[in-house]
Write a protein that binds this ligand. Structure first.
Ligand SMILES: NC(=O)C1=CN([C@@H]2O[C@H](COP(=O)(O)OP(=O)(O)OC[C@H]3O[C@@H](n4cnc5c(N)ncnc54)[C@H](O)[C@@H]3O)[C@@H](O)[C@H]2O)C=CC1
Length: 405
């Protein structure tokens, strides 16, 4: 049965509006787009798109004096909007969203740029801004056309969610187009996610990581592992199907357990030889087939540092895009102070040792990796990483006189 177009284009008003939150209707909307290809294709026409090129997201980097709108023009031939004084971002504006007006050929639009400030490498303490560029499909279509792409490319977008403004959000990899030409037309730069991830605003980083993970999964799962035949994706990109074997494939994450071990007054951190100088993190490892999280956690700590942990408690979790999609489950655990002698397996870790609260407090204050020539300093994974959360939680509990779990 045909549904009215109005319902297809935006999250339906819940019939029980009084008890159904915006969050609930957005989640149901996304769920329906994953189930219904026609609804998803219609939502795409009205949606927002994050662009990638060969899995690198399109970002805009600028400094506080010259923050400028991107070159979004209906024809792609108009000059870019010039920086205007009201677009300048002062120091105190950092970490906020900026509503910026710009003109297309036919109308004035407002686009929200969210920005995160990061320390520049120079000595003058100026700042860089980094923001994800988001396009409305209606703006992107003419740009893609100018770049010689037919309309079929847009259909390769994958659904990643729904904005709080009730617009379906998609990611699209334009790796088949010339990178420099896309950057020029769109007014941004494709930045390797490893470089970009920690410089994006809190809410943007996981969204971009999710988009990249989904795009990567599609690029590496084009064929059925049973029959070798090509698989077909649904419109949302939430699964692929092999009609020869009737197998449905869903995107996968690898479960990883990460644990901060405490002996009551100190916490245990380790570093791999491949880590940058001075970086220490909580112990982590992939779960083996058939293991519970608790079993994986106990095994990893035993293997890596030769300790037996107890009192395991859950903290939080996160999707982690590096090197591929991991599902990180973060826990605290303890050992008795009388059984805290570390015996490092050097095939896994370069070093592991206990850190006092004072050392952790100092390390948490290091906000950027030391630069070449700086004095050696101990630093920790940045706030986007769940390891940082574990360490911060532990430090907070220590300061309030309570140990971890
Ligand atoms: N978000 C965070 O705060 C942190 C995340 N991590 C992540 O945790 C993960 C595990 O950390 P490490 O053990 O230190 O990593 P690792 O990269 O040293 O992996 C250890 C070994 O696990 C095996 N392995 C790789 N992929 C696997 C998979 N999908 N399933 C099973 N085994 C696999 C390989 O033999 C690899 O040598 C890594 O992806 C790392 O990036 C690690 C520390 C902090």
């Amino acid at each position: 049965m045909l549904r009215p177009l109005r319902i297809l284009l935006s999250p339906p008003k819940c019939p029980l509006t009084r008890c159904c939150s915006g969050y609930v209707s957005r989640m149901r909307f996304v769920n329906r787009l994953q189930e219904d290809d026609d609804a998803c294709a219609a939502a795409l026409q009205n949606g927002r798109i994050f662009l990638f090129h060969s899995l690198s997201p399109l970002l805009q980097r600028t400094n506080r004096e010259t923050f400028r709108t991107s070159a979004l023009t209906a024809s792609g031939t108009q000059p870019r909007p010039q920086p205007r004084p009201e677009h300048s971002i002062q120091n105190q504006d950092h970490n906020q969203d900026h509503n910026i007006q710009y003109r297309t050929k036919t109308r004035t639009k407002t686009r929200t740029f969210s920005t995160e400030l990061c320390r520049n490498s120079g000595q003058n303490l100026s700042w860089d801004l980094l923001a994800v560029l988001v396009f409305y499909v209606s703006d992107l279509q003419p740009i893609l056309k100018n770049l010689g792409s037919d309309g079929s490319l847009l259909k390769e977008s994958v659904l990643i969610g729904c904005s709080e403004q009730n617009q379906a959000e998609f990611c699209l990899d334009v790796g088949q187009l010339d990178q420099a030409a896309v950057e020029e037309q769109c007014g941004g730069t494709f930045v390797d996610l490893r470089k970009a991830f920690f410089l994006l605003k809190g809410a943007e980083a996981p969204l971009v990581a999710k988009g990249q993970a989904l795009l990567r999964w599609h690029q590496t799962n084009r064929f059925c592992s049973a029959t070798g035949q090509p698989t077909q994706r649904n419109q949302a990109g939430s699964h692929r199907f092999c009609s020869s074997s009737s197998t449905t494939y869903y995107p996968q994450m690898s479960p990883v357990v990460i644990v901060l071990v405490s002996d009551g007054t100190r916490c245990l951190l380790g570093r791999q030889a491949s880590f940058p100088r001075g970086l220490y993190s909580a112990l982590a490892g992939f779960c083996n087939m058939g293991e519970t999280l608790e079993e994986a956690l106990r095994r990893e700590v035993a293997e890596e540092v030769g300790l037996e942990v107890q009192n395991i408690s859950y903290s939080s979790s996160q999707h982690w895009p590096f090197p591929h999609s991991s599902f990180m489950v973060a826990c605290h655990a303890s050992v008795s102070p009388t059984h805290s002698q570390v015996d490092v397996d050097h095939s896994e870790l370069e070093e592991a040792r206990w850190f006092s609260l004072d050392e952790i407090t100092c390390a948490l204050q290091v906000k950027a990796p030391p630069r070449r020539g700086d004095l050696p300093v101990i630093w920790l994974p940045p706030p986007h990483a769940v390891a940082n959360r574990l360490i911060t939680e532990w430090a907070g509990l220590q300061r309030h006189g309570k140990d971890g779990p």
